[in-house]
Design a protein around this ligand. Structure first.
Ligand code: NAP
Ligand code: HSE
Length: 440
């Protein structure tokens, strides 16, 4: 026992995730130490407000309000950045890496925005950067891509990457629950970001998609290079009509690679999935990821995508990797750590290459000729209508018109939407959903 190295851990951030890490590490310490052959010492934790009451109690001497002091402390071997945000979190991460420490991060926003700089700093200074908790909560998807699926090139990765949105959509669909109340509950349960618009407007999913795209394709795709649409305009009407058509609605990240054209597409949008699709049946805070590789075929992963316990599980798995690395000499690397992939760079797919069927809900004046005008705009842009459902809208003199299309592309549907918005008979901004034709 006594010759085991002692590894000091500092938690920068002691909120939902930080307290979860402390709680579960403390509870399972003997078993973890025995598995790792090292002693783990929870040495420091930082918070913004030292006076705030916390569910997990720690000795006062452990807490500080200065996360940079932890990042710079040479006695701390493993620095966990669990604060969120992209300013102080970036300083903390870089400061720790610049002194060659191991950094464990749950911060997908930071990685999406500054990943290239962070990885470069780790390499330049002999530090290491692990980020399993940044994508899909407790699902070890980073490890799956880096290690289990290392033999593959990835033609498609898609799935539910935001627990808050999946929780909201499930409650709306199953309970007809009002959006605002469900969002408040997701916050109370510790699922939502401090700024919840990151969740509901699709940005958090986009940050995670960026991390997965980098791992799978070696390219940092910025959120302004993606289609990013959130869930705030989805209504109970959409769920009802989607169900009539045989679909559920999920917020998906979709990362596709066409190796023949060398094109990559990364997008985030609410998607109609056929009721038999396995991802369509993943509910509540759970996430799901379908990964198709050229060697393995399609694999599927599911588990809790947010919340204290699931996220702590992922952070602790990174701490375990860090412990293993430190124990055997930090000069080494874990499989897949050195770089993402080393293929020639691919280009981002232009809008005409991104093909889909579409669901379009319009609130229109309920008067003669309106359907013909809408159909004419769609015909002009060669978007072929597959079905039409008209129901009364929630206001007098208006109707809700839902059209589904045959396969079209983002350029054509974008032009169609612009023309439809300009029609006097179209009363509200159209709601556009993609139809996900994935085989599972
Ligand atoms: P949180 O509950 O808001 O906790 C953040 C912690 O960091 C708090 O202890 C806060 O101090 C501290 N903090 C925040 N900004 C700070 C600053 N500028 N200077 C010093 N301390 C600061 O957030 P969380 O839910 O634990 O999330 C932490 C990170 O994990 C985020 O990057 C998030 O995206 C990521 N993540 C969260 C989940 C989840 O389910 N919650 C899942 C995966 C990943 P006070 O407590 O004093 O306010
Ligand atoms: N707010 C995020 C979510 C936390 O709901 O998925 C997990 O990354």
């Amino acid at each position: 026992m006594s010759d085991r190295p002692v590894l000091n851990i500092g938690l920068c951030g002691f909120g939902t995730v930080g307290q979860g890490v402390w709680k579960h590490l403390s509870a399972n310490l003997p078993a973890l130490e025995s598995r790792l052959g090292a002693k783990l010492n929870l040495a420091r934790a930082s918070v913004r407000d030292l006076k705030k009451k916390r569910a997990v109690k720690v000795p006062a001497r452990v807490l500080t309000s200065d996360p940079l002091a932890i990042a710079r402390d040479p006695s701390i071997h493993i620095v966990c950045e669990l604060m969120g945000g992209t300013t102080v979190a970036r300083e903390v991460t870089l400061a720790a890496l610049q002194r060659g420490a191991v950094v464990v991060s749950a911060n997908k926003a930071l990685i999406c925005e500054h990943g290239a700089e962070i990885i470069a700093a780790a390499r330049a200074h002999g530090g290491h950067f692990f980020f399993e908790a940044s994508v899909a909560g407790g699902i070890p998807i980073i490890k799956a891509l880096r290690e289990g699926l290392v033999a593959n090139r990835f033609t498609r990765i898609y799935g539910i990457l935001n627990g808050t949105c999946n929780y909201i959509l499930t409650q709306m669909e199953d309970q007809d629950a009002p959006y605002a109340a469900v969002l408040a509950e997701a916050k109370r349960l510790g699922y939502a970001e401090a700024d919840e618009s990151l969740d509901v407007d699709g940005w958090d999913t986009a940050h995670k998609a960026s991390v997965l795209a980098w791992l799978a394709h070696g390219v940092w795709v910025r959120t302004d290079q993606m289609i990013v649409e959130g869930i705030s305009r989805i209504t109970p009407t959409d769920f009802r009509i989607a169900a009539t058509l045989g679909f559920g609605i999920k917020l998906l990240a979709v990362i596709t690679r066409d190796f023949a054209k060398n094109e990559l597409s990364v997008r985030v949008h609410p998607t109609l999935l056929p009721e038999g699709n396995v991802v369509a049946n993943v509910s509540g805070v759970f996430n799901a990821v379908s990964v198709t590789g050229d060697v393995v075929g399609t694999t599927f992963y599911s588990g809790r995508g947010a919340g204290q316990d699931a996220t702590a599980s992922a952070v602790i798995s990174d701490i375990a990797d860090a412990a293993s690395l430190l124990k055997h000499g930090k000069g080494g690397h874990l499989l897949g750590e050195i770089s993402a992939v080393t293929e020639p760079a691919c280009r981002l797919a232009p809008p005409e290459s991104i093909r889909s069927r579409y669901y379009l809900r319009l609130t229109v004046k309920d008067e003669p000729g309106v359907l013909a005008r809408v159909a004419s705009v769609m015909a002009k842009h060669k978007v072929s209508i597959a079905s039409v459902i008209q129901t009364p809208a929630d206001r007098p003199g208006a109707a809700s018109l839902v059209l589904t299309t045959h396969e079209s592309n983002e350029r054509a549907i974008g032009a169609t939407l612009r023309r439809l918005r300009a029609l006097g008979a179209v009363l509200d901004d159209p709601v556009l959903l993609r139809i996900g034709d994935f085989e599972r």
